[in-house]
Design a protein around this ligand. Sequence first.
Ligand SMILES: Cc1ncc(C[n+]2csc(CCOP(=O)(O)OP(=O)(O)O)c2C)c(N)n1
Length: 644
Amino acid sequence: MNDSSFVPSDNLLSGISGPDHVKALTPEQLPALAQEIRDEIIAVTSATGGHVGPNLGVVELSIALHRIFETPTDQFVFDVSHQGYIHKLLTGRNGETFRKLRQTGGASGFLYRSESKHDAFGAGHAGTALSAALGMATARDLKGTDEHVVAVCGDAAFTCGVTMEALNNVVASTKRLIVILNDNQWSIAKNVGAMAKYLNRLSTNPTYNKVHHDLEKFFKGLPGGEDMNRVYMKWKRETKDFFVESSLFEKFGLRYLGPIDGHDIEELEKNLEFAKQCDTPILIHVITKKGKGLQAAIERPEKFHGASPYDAETGESRKSDAPIATNYQDVFGHALTRFATQDSNIVGITGAMPSGTGLCHLAEALPEQFFDVGIAEEHAVLFAAGLATKGIRPVVGIYSTFLQRAYDQIIHDVCLQNLPVTFCMDRAGLSANDGPTHHGLFDLSYLRCVPNAVVMQPKDEDELVDMLHSCINHAGPAFIRYPRGAGVGVTIKDEPAVIPFGQAEVLREGTQIQIWALGPMVDLALKLAEQIGNEEGISVGVVNARFAKPLDKTLLLKQTKFSPLIVTMEDHVITGGFGSAVIETLQESNTLISVERIGWPDKFVEHGSSIDILREAYDLSPDAIRARILKRWSQTEKPVIAEA
Ligand SMILES: Cc1ncc(C[n+]2csc(CCOP(=O)(O)OP(=O)(O)O)c2C)c(N)n1
């Protein structure tokens, strides 16, 4: 141990300020440390929300990793990195930083290279660990250093195309890479597909387990049997093929160890130690229990994958007193179910997010019209394209940020062939507690430039249903974006209306300033227009733009005849977003009037306690926007004839 300041105390966790302290503990102290870590995770996440189940499942694994390896010299690459809480607690981030998990100024819910030297690689999207770790291991080989690189992947990471691409390249790239397959059988929902079935067979192989168990018993029963058993265990690790057909991983050239009890620290340490000495890439298959230590999380793994604040005793969500409008995701899920009931050609597709997207409602009502393809966004989009060629009407429910992964499929497969696929992009805008990996701030920019794409955002949940209805009946690709969480609270009509594509809606007449707003910005625009009218005597109109593409050019150009200032408001980066579309349209028509674009700057926005706090920090609070509009108005040249 390098650090002599460690004084073991009754409370082990509070004395740990780095991995050296973890190594200094005796094996007998480790169960107590594991318990303290679980208590801390439950205490903190019950207040802040967070990834409860994934972390409770890897407490022992994380302790063992930090006892066997030396970070930051050795490097861990956690897939998604949502299970990195224990790693944070053991690398100097316990105490105040962890207590403010996912809050402004506190630890992020994911790993960031900028947060700690122990975070070798950042992530928030799934499936990146193996590929990144392979790159790091190969760089090590090129540079001639000898640190260990360990990729920690969940079982669902192996449903990602990019993980399989990396697996295909491991032996061609390095001789030394350690892969931990943390198998808890769950993605967010139950893991799906042939790979999940295969892993299940591998971990419960009755032949292997029975022979192994009988032999272990046999050796232990002999005089000196403990020693013989140890030799047997070593031999077993090295000759597993004797008992069972070689695993898929061995066919890819990796050595396979397992399955191992992921809650047995001694067993984990032994196997990690073995892996360290190994001169071939190696995969250790570790079986863990998602949510271990919290009964509610074990019983409801999906809810506790990523939970909002909850009561630690009962597991129930902490209710806010404010009346809660229906979530956009549920409105979408119920509306799609209604449409799909009337037309069996309508199907819903998710990439491992049935409840997050609201498609769980379709899954429950019409399972044959629902597809969960795993964490495979590229496939989800291509699969939809294929379905669409044969008259099926696929609706892909997906988070804005995860759709980024399927960009080539959007361009090359859906839009180029002008196929009628509807994309419902949830979490468009900020995902405050999650931070930059999860903010949906780029979709307008990356979609607007694609020919045939129609891109829209509803002002409320009723308009979402109208848009969904309109898109399903549209002959080409269409994208609807909407934010995380509750809608405005409006009633949803019995029969949806068709919204003509490219038609905006004037919500407030005005003659001097026109605010063109998208989605949740519409409500704020109406309030600001009222306020500016009352307090400043300026006549402000408000348009619910509805479409970023095609833009309502006719209305826009008509308004520029009498209003010298257009303000655009979007929950999106301003670079290439909705405001840019307005400027481009004006420029193409040679109508260069003033435009004030309100949106997120060209920066990665960090995590924060709430959207309001983040908006405040980026000068996007209602007061700051009002001030910007007035300042711009004061600088705007007013035409002599300003009245329509
Ligand atoms: C590209 C992408 N799609 C979807 C998600 C949402 N997501 C976060 S974690 C997760 C499941 C991860 O399961 P697994 O890797 O087995 O880890 P576990 O949580 O079970 O430990 C999913 C689908 C994501 N983070 N990235």
